[in-house]
Design a protein around this ligand. Structure first.
Ligand code: EPZ
Length: 426
């Protein structure tokens, strides 16, 4: 297994290319199930989860091809063609490795009239239930059975009538599954309190490009008029707002100046507001974002929330940055029940953080020192890398497969801006 070795203290400077968004790609890929025609997705990040999803689609009989981009390029093009479906089952051994596989449930049901998907189970940050995915699809007229760890969804003869569903909790994945089900229903469906994340807008944009009829895109009330069939399309995945936010924190913690090429500032205003409140200089333009942090950093209070609030996926990275700020910052995590896995590891690097339930108090500025640390969940692992870039001495991060799931060529991108980081065999 690989590990990363980082020697802190270098000010980062230069340009980092931002890749296509992992969390958009993982909901755009299953859309190929909704049509017999080819769906071509461009700007896909080179990540393990994307390869895993391609393999899962192949299990269903979907033809896929990665169209060439030079190995040194960041990003790939994938062509998917679900001319015929040879299986409607997503098996446990594939789903357990990648819980986003649950996103095939809706589109498979809509296309084939049935779908059997292993329950994804929890992960490090929480038990990650899927009850809202199932309730939304039931509201559209599907019959749901839970047997032997699998969800089996069936549509009535003649197809799904469609219906209304009011989300008691904002759920990104459940909104995505509901959208990919409703687009081929016989009637009109309405979603209330739906997620509004940019990844949802990206999904709606692809579905509309395929011929779907969706009103209210970007708002929490969505109306979907079912259509008989959808066409193929070619679509470029949005840039990754969490990757961009992560590298912004990396640049800021080193007091550097970095350009995030391709980042879309409009998708990450809450993160930009937080960075500016901390004292980071953020300059937005149509092609990217410039980050600079020449001066001292100030404490702030942060609370994560569904979009357009501050992304829970940015909490760990901002916490690392706040270890270097003057004063005590209070961070409240409202989305997941166990998303402070990075705290004990940061403490081992000299951070002063106390937690009480879903609240963390970060006191700074701390003198961070390098240490041997363990990656746990994806964003917690990135927070350790960010801290290591400012720490005195050498940090070794193990179990970095967590990182490879969400950050394309992490060490190469950081080397581009002068970080002293290398990947070695463990
Ligand atoms: C997506 O997960 C993202 N993953 C997560 O990113 C992100 O943290 C999360 O949205 C919130 O923004 C992908 O897009 C692949 P939710 P998802 O359903 O859809 C509860 C990363 O690091 N809930 O919005 O699973 C749930 O327990 C990952 O890139 C139910 O109760 O998140 C949580 O408390 C981590 N029942 C809250 O809703 C359900 O049926 C939000 O979860 C579904 C969710």
């Amino acid at each position: 297994m690989d590990k990363l070795i980082i020697r802190g203290g270098n000010r980062l400077s230069g340009t980092i290319p931002i890749s296509g968004a992992k969390n958009a790609a993982l909901t755009l890929i299953p859309c190929a199930l909704l049509t017999e025609e080819a769906v071509t997705l461009r700007n896909l990040p080179r990540l393990a989860d994307i390869d895993g999803f391609q393999h899962l689609m192949n299990q269903f009989g979907v033809n896929t091809a990665i169209q060439g981009t030079r190995p040194e390029d960041f990003g790939r093009t994938m062509r998917l063609e679900a001319t015929r479906i040879t299986s409607t089952v997503a098996p446990y051994d594939l789903v357990r490795k990648m819980r986003a596989s649950i996103l095939v449930l809706g589109p498979m049901l809509a296309r084939a009239g049935e779908a059997t998907v292993s329950m994804p189970g929890g992960c490090a940050i929480g038990n990650r239930p899927i009850d809202l995915h199932l309730k939304a699809i039931e509201a559209f007229g599907a019959q749901i059975e839970l047997t032997q760890g699998y969800v089996k969804a069936m549509a009535p003869d003649g197809g799904l009538p469609g219906g209304d569903f009011d989300f008691p909790v904002v759920s990104v994945g459940a909104t995505e599954n509901a959208l990919m089900t409703a687009v081929l229903a016989n009637g009109t469906s309405r979603l209330f309190n739906a997620a509004r994340e940019p990844e949802i807008v990206d999904l709606c944009n692809l579905l509309v490009a395929m011929g779907a009829e969706i009103e209210g895109i970007g708002t929490s009330d969505l109306t979907i008029h079912g259509v008989k069939r959808l066409n193929g399309a070619t679509y470029a995945v949005m840039p990754d707002r969490i990757e961009a936010g992560s590298y912004a924190c990396a640049a800021a913690i080193t007091g550097g100046a970095v350009r995030l090429e391709g980042a879309k500032a409009g998708d990450m205003q809450a993160t930009i507001r937080a960075l500016r409140s901390i004292g980071v200089e953020v300059t937005e333009d149509a092609k990217g974002i410039d980050i600079a942090a020449p001066g001292a950093l100030s404490r702030i209070d942060l609370t994560t929330a569904p979009y357009p609030g501050l992304a829970t996926d940015m909490q760990a990275q901002l916490m690392s940055l706040l270890c270097m700020a003057d004063g005590a910052s209070v961070l409240k995590e409202t989305i997941f029940e166990n998303r402070f896995m990075h705290v004990p590891e940061l403490a081992r690097m000299g951070a002063d953080i106390s937690t009480e339930g879903r609240t963390a108090i970060v006191k700074g500025p701390s003198t961070l020192t390098g240490a041997e640390v363990m990656a746990t969940d994806l964003r917690a692992s990135m927070s350790l890398i960010i801290a290591a870039l400012a720490a005195e001495g050498e940090t070794t991060v193990r179990r970095i497969y967590h990182l490879d799931r969400g950050y394309e060529r992490l060490e190469e991108k950081l080397q581009l801006v002068g970080a002293d980081i290398e990947r070695v065999d463990d």
